[in-house]
Ligand binder design. Structure first.
Ligand SMILES: *Cc1c(COP(=O)(O)O)cnc(C)c1O
Length: 248
């Protein structure tokens, strides 16, 4: 492998990544079957954070066009390295600071971690200037863990109602990271909470949206999330292998 920086792991071999993509797709299909859902309703968003662009190119060859990244800087660095002819897109699934909003709108096809009206206004203004729109999901903290980003569940309905004011934000749904717990009931409670909020938003057509998307489920819990209505599962480790411990 070439040109890897020190703290990036070597990419898993391309054939391993392709096999992992196929395996995760198979598990999604089985979970959908068990839940009586159509597999076409569930989108696989591979999460490529910490992994080098070679890994993304390998997954792209296995049919993946959009990747999740949780840091703008890393997302932009990868986007700039990739051949535009590949047509690879990125979803930002981590927090966005105002001073990086300009970079983000240049490179991000979808933002799944909206939790601030100030940021919404900032993005909307930049998007208007560019004459384009951005798909956004509102992040909800369903686990109650204080280290997590996202809105408190009680604040979601009033927050969502304000989003209708931002014409360039295409409001698509809700995102959450469930509690990391071996107790399936606790994890499922997070997913059910997100689904319940989404149903209320959809029924009331809040911000003029149908709120079609429920982004929930990661490597350890995506099958459970599908049983509870996920339309987007964000899978990192099960596709790209392990990551080094997070610094900071
Ligand atoms: C890293 C990350 C994931 C993927 O986690 P895995 O457990 O590796 O599948 C999903 N969602 C978010 C927001 C992440 O930051």
């Amino acid at each position: 492998m070439s040109e890897l920086t020190n703290n990036q792991p070597d990419a898993a071999p391309a054939d391993v990544i392709a096999a992992n993509v196929a395996a995760v797709r198979g598990r999604i299909a089985s979970a959908c079957e068990r839940a009586g859902r159509d597999a076409a309703e569930v989108r696989l968003l591979p999460v490529s954070k910490t992994h080098p662009v070679e890994a993304l190119v390998a997954a792209h060859a296995a049919g993946i066009d959009r990747f999740g990244e949780n840091r703008v800087q890393e997302l932009v660095a990868k986007a700039e390295l990739l051949d535009p002819a590949l047509g690879i897109e990125f979803a930002l699934i981590g927090p966005l600071q105002s001073n990086k909003a300009g970079r983000a709108v240049e490179w991000v096809a979808e933002f799944q971690a909206l939790d601030s009206l100030k940021l919404a206004a900032n993005l909307d203004r930049r998007l208007q200037a560019l004459g384009r729109s951005l798909d956004v999901l509102v992040e909800v903290n369903t686990s109650g863990e204080s280290t997590k980003f996202g809105l408190a569940p009680d604040d979601v309905l009033s927050f969502a109602a304000e989003l209708g004011a931002f014409d360039s934000l295409n409001v698509r749904g809700l995102m959450t990271i469930a509690i990391p717990s071996p107790d399936h009931k606790q994890v499922a409670a997070c997913f059910e909470m997100l689904r319940g909020l989404r149903d209320r938003l959809r029924d009331d057509q809040v911000a003029g949206s149908d709120w079609p998307e429920l982004s929930m489920g990661m490597s350890g819990d995506f099958e459970l999330a599908i049983e509870h209505g996920a339309t987007c599962v964000r899978v990192g480790t099960a596709i790209f292998g392990g990551r080094p411990p997070v610094a900071g």
